[in-house]
Write a protein that binds this ligand. Structure first.
Ligand SMILES: Cc1cc2nc3c(=O)[nH]c(=O)nc-3n(C[C@H](O)[C@H](O)[C@H](O)COP(=O)(O)OP(=O)(O)OC[C@H]3O[C@@H](n4cnc5c(N)ncnc54)[C@H](O)[C@@H]3O)c2cc1C
Length: 299
């Protein structure tokens, strides 16, 4: 359907795409700074990647004894309690600049916004694999749901998540865990040392997910830990050669009044605290910009 046939449903000052720690924090601050804001999230709850994590999050200063999931739930509750306008289960597909502003259309809704904030984070990199009952992509809940008891598990990848998940799989009673890493593992030395019982095979390998074999050796399950890749809505052309959104020090992209924050920008140390802080910095910049001059958006 031609987007122009859909009537404009809403006009806002700032539309935040993605309700993880970066987008939720950005929307919360914008709202509290008096900016007319709409937060749009593809999932059915806010909290982003933290929803995948059943593990205790030990890394947020001042927040203790909470799992990732609980951190996500607290973020969700905060946005609701603060009255930040938001839409769930709404995936932003296409965005285009217009004379009136950036136009974002989803389903039968068309929103015009002066400022657009991309906080769409990352998703686990599946490489050539498809998820199945025996093949899990990325860390967290999906791995925890993989049956491992007395089974032989192969983990593909050599980063922190590969070694972390190997440890959890062993704790859950796996018979053996083998990590296959094409290059020397990049995981922190401490993490590698924490799983001495794991076999690590370095070098090229051929993994067959249908037969569950790696280099011909049969396993009962695969965990694919190939890192994460940026999730970027189409239509903006703001990504660098690695597929992440390029921003300046203020968090603004090469497109005027299009901003990005959190992991989608390949933040130098991605975690909940840095993602939230980045979202807040962007919110402050936008509120300053709006206070200084009314936004004008080139067509
Ligand atoms: C298993 C696991 C454990 C972790 N443990 C920790 C930890 O202990 N401590 C810590 O600090 N960090 C941890 N992290 C990392 C932390 O979760 C991330 O750094 C953080 O969530 C990044 O926040 P973000 O807002 O940039 O992106 P995300 O959390 O990825 O949020 C992006 C949001 O955007 C939404 N979205 C994407 N595309 C669209 C679209 N087109 N339209 C609408 N919405 C969209 C997604 O659904 C998602 O909710 C962990 C991550 C994982 C996977």
């Amino acid at each position: 359907m031609d987007n122009r046939l859909i009537p404009i449903t809403k006009t806002v000052d700032a539309l935040v795409i993605g309700g993880g720690p970066a987008g939720s924090s950005c929307a919360l601050w914008l709202h509290k700074l008096g900016v007319d804001t709409l937060l749009v999230e593809a999932g059915d709850r806010l909290g982003g990647l933290q929803r995948r994590s059943p593990y205790e999050n030990l890394w947020i200063p001042g927040v203790m004894g909470q799992t990732g999931e609980q951190v996500a739930e607290a973020l969700h509750a905060h946005i609701v309690a603060a009255g930040v306008p938001h839409l769930l289960q709404t995936r932003i597909g296409n965005i285009r600049p217009t004379a009136e502003g950036y136009e974002v259309t989803f389903g039968t809704t068309r929103v015009l916004t002066k400022h657009l904030i991309v906080a769409t984070g990352t998703k686990p990199n599946a490489g050539p694999f498809q998820p199945s009952d025996c093949v899990v992509i990325g860390p967290g809940h999906p791995m925890e749901n993989l049956p491992v008891d007395n089974r032989k598990i192969a983990i593909l990848g050599g980063g922190d998540n590969a070694f972390d998940q190997a440890r959890f799989v062993l704790q859950r009673g796996a018979k053996s865990v083998t990590i296959f890493s094409r290059t020397t593992p990049r995981a922190q030395a401490l993490l590698q040392a924490s799983v001495p019982e794991v076999r690590v095979i370095v070098g090229p390998y051929t993994a067959d997910p249908a037969r569950l074999t790696v280099n011909g050796d049969r396993f009962d399950g695969f965990g694919v830990m190939y890192g994460f890749m940026a999730s970027v809505p189409e239509g903006l052309n703001i990504t660098n050669e690695n597929g992440y959104v390029e921003v300046n020090r203020d968090g603004e992209t090469s497109r005027p009044q299009v901003w990005a924050c959190g992991e989608v920008t390949d933040y130098w140390h991605p975690c909940v605290t840095t993602a939230a802080a980045h979202g807040i910095q962007v919110a402050k910049q936008i509120s300053r910009r709006l206070a200084r001059t009314p936004a004008t958006i080139p067509s």
